[in-house]
Design a protein around this ligand. Structure first.
Ligand code: SF4
Length: 171
């Protein structure tokens, strides 16, 4: 114990300082989005995420929106388990042939009015996978798409900006 304490005293803190728990750009976009959601969606926007064939790179960035740094629930955005509760489908792709029917069913199960956002280069145009025996390519080849958030993968802040852009013009 004494050896451990003396080593701590000798070495000191060697880890990198923690990032601040928020940054100005995130707060700016978040405050804007909170205002739109309060005015137009009665304070709550529900998103169902659909992985239609992604490599999971896009999912990592989408999941980050719920971590302690981004914490987007404070802006009124909630991820939901059922498309029946969703306002927006956030779809990553390319759409694999195996997921084509599931994506279409999910779209049909989402109540109107609804919007679809294609997230990432693969969802936008099929990316390097294109259209093949295994891939339908872009999300828009399977269901109507209202907005595209490009990137491979898009950063969480870009995801928020894309959602903001859609809901600002769509209602
Ligand atoms: S856009 Fe990039 S990160 Fe997203 S699914 Fe395609 S390859 Fe993966």
């Amino acid at each position: 114990m004494i050896a451990t304490l003396s080593k701590i005293a000798r070495v000191g803190v060697i880890t990198e300082p923690a990032r601040p728990s928020s940054d100005a750009e995130l707060e700016k976009v978040g405050t804007e989005i909170r205002g739109v959601i309060d005015r137009r969606f009665r304070g709550s926007l529900a998103i169902r995420q659909v992985d239609a064939g992604s490599c999971n790179g896009c999912e990592l960035e989408i999941h980050a929106l719920n971590n302690a740094f981004y914490d987007i629930e404070r802006f009124g955005i909630h991820f939901v388990a059922s498309p029946r509760h969703a306002d927006i489908l956030l779809v990553t792709g390319p759409v694999s042939r195996h997921m084509q029917h599931a994506l279409l069913t999910t779209y049909q199960s989402t109540p109107d009015p609804k919007w679809v956002i294609a997230v990432g280069t693969c969802a936008a145009d099929g990316g390097e996978f294109g259209v093949s025996y295994a891939s339908c390519g872009a999300v828009s080849n399977v269901v109507p798409v209202d907005a595209v958030i490009p990137g491979c993968p898009p950063k969480p802040l870009h995801l928020l900006e894309g959602i903001m852009s859609l809901i600002s013009r769509s209602v």
